[in-house]
Design a protein around this ligand. Sequence first.
Ligand code: FES
Length: 106
Amino acid sequence: MVTALCRVSDIPEGDARGFDIGAQRYIVVRRDHAISVFRNECPHLRIPLEWQENHFMDPGGEFLQCSTHGALFLPDTGECISGPCLGQFLVSVPFVCKEDQVFLQN
Ligand code: FES
């Protein structure tokens, strides 16, 4: 089963956006023209990463950053490379892109 999540063109290059389907929250990252999709849940306290809507990137725009304690995550793999959940990962979500549309694979 596939579920439409967003359009690729909804995500500015080098940035990330949040999307919700029901109670499930997702982060979609677009970087170097590649897309990554993660569950919006920090591995440290299992809470969403952002305090402000769609504010997921660190000040340098290089990493995803958790607003609560500042953990940094690689935008392609979701690995935490700094912070209290060092070495843990955001949960990757399987997806496919067809033309401009991102579909979750359930
Ligand atoms: S809740 Fe994300 S780093 Fe602590």
